[in-house]
Design a protein around this ligand. Structure first.
Ligand code: HXC
Length: 513
């Protein structure tokens, strides 16, 4: 007769045998790792504790079932770079990683544990969505997962990586999390797939065209990160976690810097071109001032007129929002406003100070933008900056005109320390627009209007569009030597360490959606 302990061992043996060569080959042949391999790569060696490994799939009267233990998802917790993280990895080998009731219950359990213990949670998605044969039980499973995503929002970091299909319900849980990774060529996300598109619209489209990593990393902006393969995606997740605290009551970790705090960079004095309409590359400024020149960019291929990402300065984690003069002259449009607003919200949720590097001629004009609601979407950025209570520092490098000056963390909306380089142009509008309005009559009557326009523009820059009026009136705190930007920012960042402000009590704010 089988002893109690033998029974225990036999059960373990059965589970191990489930992960045979055929199991591995099925995923490897598609250029993907298995759920188990992904989990092993994600966690520090020998730290992962699996939960509910023996969950059986529900028995159903219609459609296929499976005999596999675990119901198509591996769940548990462990250490990532020494910090506790919960995770789940969907197993496409079991009923296409589809979400049945047992599968959902396992995810719900780790969501609850992550929230209870103040630990980040990572979801590795590879799923055909709601398990068709389990019907409404699958839908309810998703509903319960979505609810927990929302309850955890702003409390613990939630990270999703799409590493295969994410169809139907499988897209909405990631959409409710803080960051979405996608793996090039092997992942795609859509609410309704190519078959439905064909049936409803009679259009032929491939999964890649409809919702591949190239679409979501550039056009839609749904994906914050696109990596080449499973391995680099998982490395990316670990890097991202290194900038985040475990929850909203902790601060991000401090890392004693090897890079000198008082390092100056004289090349920054010449980085702004003499011609105010010429672009330069904002990445050169960012790389120059952050610790070890290391910048971890978020959504780097979407709305490239604004740059967002994490770095450290003097060892402190900082979120950077920077206009990029090389794309659309650094103007604010709908996509860049939404991208930056979301990033600011994440920084504020997780106690990450924000550094704004400003060079923005204004909002992008035109029918397209106005009709698509730039008023509402630009207001998101204004709202996010104003509402955030983390330390906020701005450096105006060049243009800071009109509404864009106000929106990009001006002192009036709550900037704590606002600096300007000598090249800053701070005014209601640029010289051309201002002169056309103020001197319309004079220009119309002039013998040489081009020459007169030039003269007015030079006078306007000299008298109005410079940093000194703002400095004298306190709208910026100091005009600084560009070479000293790094030590100056680190100094005030340290001084803001204990910043504390409270907002009026309310149920929640009403950000323009
Ligand atoms: C049950 C599923 C499944 C599902 C896939 N499978 N999706 N089983 N429910 N939703 C099974 C298949 O039957 C197959 O089983 C195995 O998984 C692998 O699937 P394949 O189709 O062979 O793989 P592939 O060709 O790679 O295609 C993957 C796929 C496709 C694109 C994901 O399977 C697919 O379109 N699935 C359905 C997607 C979908 O519409 N889901 C429901 C969405 S509604 P065998 O035994 O043959 O290996 C939804 C509601 C929630 O999610 C909405 C909330 C807002």
């Amino acid at each position: 007769m089988e002893s109690a302990f033998d029974k225990f061992l036999n059960r373990q043996d059965k589970l191990l045998k489930q992960y045979n060569q055929k199991y591995f080959d099925k995923q490897h042949n598609k250029g993907k790792l298995t759920a188990r391999e992904r989990i092993e790569l994600l966690f520090d060696p020998d730290t992962f504790e699996e939960l509910d490994a023996y969950t059986p799939p529900a028995s159903v009267s219609f459609g296929k079932t499976s005999k596999a233990y675990g119901d198509g998802v591996i769940t548990g917790f462990g250490m990532i770079n020494g910090r506790q993280v919960y995770a789940f990895a969907q197993d496409f080998n079991v009923l296409g990683g589809s979400l049945g009731s047992g599968h959902a219950a396992k995810i719900i359990k780790v969501q609850d544990m992550a929230l209870k213990t103040g630990s980040p949670i990572v979801g590795l998605i590879d799923s055909g969505g709601a398990r068709i044969q389990e019907g409404v039980a699958s839908l309810s499973g998703y509903a319960n997962i979505f609810r927990r995503n929302v309850l955890s929002s702003g409390v613990i970091p939630q990270i999703s990586a799409i590493m295969g299909p994410a169809a139907g319900g499988a897209v909405y849980s990631p959409a409710l999390t803080d960051f979405i990774f996608m793996t090039k060529s092997t992942s795609y996300m859509f609410v309704t797939g190519p078959d439905v598109v064909k049936q409803v619209l009679n259009e032929d489209v491939t999964p890649e065209q409809l919702g591949g990593a190239s679409v979501h990393g550039t056009k839609s902006g749904v994906a914050d990160f696109v990596f080449n393969d499973d391995e680099s995606t998982i490395q990316g997740i670990k890097m991202l976690l290194s900038f985040l605290p475990s929850n909203n009551i902790e601060n991000p970790s401090y890392l004693k810097p090897e890079d000198a705090i008082d390092r100056i960079d004289e090349s920054l004095r010449d980085i702004i071109p003499a011609d105010p309409d010429k672009p330069y590359n904002i990445y050169e400024v960012i790389d120059s001032i952050v610790d070890d020149n290391k910048f971890f960019e978020i959504a780097g291929n979407h709305a490239q007129n604004i740059v967002t990402g994490f770095a450290r300065m003097g060892g402190f984690v900082i979120g950077i929002v920077a206009n990029q003069p090389q794309t659309l002259a650094g103007t604010l449009d709908i996509d860049s406003s939404v991208k930056a607003a979301r990033f600011i919200n994440i920084c504020n949720s997780f106690n990450i100070p924000i550094l704004t590097l400003e060079d923005v001629p204004g909002f992008l004009p035109g029918m397209d933008q106005e009709h698509a609601g730039i008023i509402k979407h630009g207001a998101k950025l204004l709202y996010a900056y104003t509402f955030s209570t983390v330390p906020k520092i701005t450096v105006v490098l060049r243009k800071a005109y009109g509404g864009a000056f106000i929106v990009m963390n001006s002192k009036g909306i709550g900037g704590d320390f606002n600096f300007a380089w000598p090249s800053a142009e701070i005014a209601v509008m640029g010289p051309e627009g201002a002169i056309a309005i103020l001197y319309r009559k004079e220009l119309a009557e002039a013998d040489d209007p081009v020459k007169l326009k030039k003269e007015f523009a030079a006078k306007y820059r000299d008298e109005i569009a410079n940093p000194y009026i703002a400095d004298e009136k306190g709208y910026v705190d100091e005009v600084i030597d560009p070479a000293h930007t790094r030590p100056k920012v680190i100094k005030v960042l340290k001084s803001l360490d204990k910043k504390s402000i409270s907002l009026p009590r309310r149920k929640h704010g009403n950000i323009p959606l």
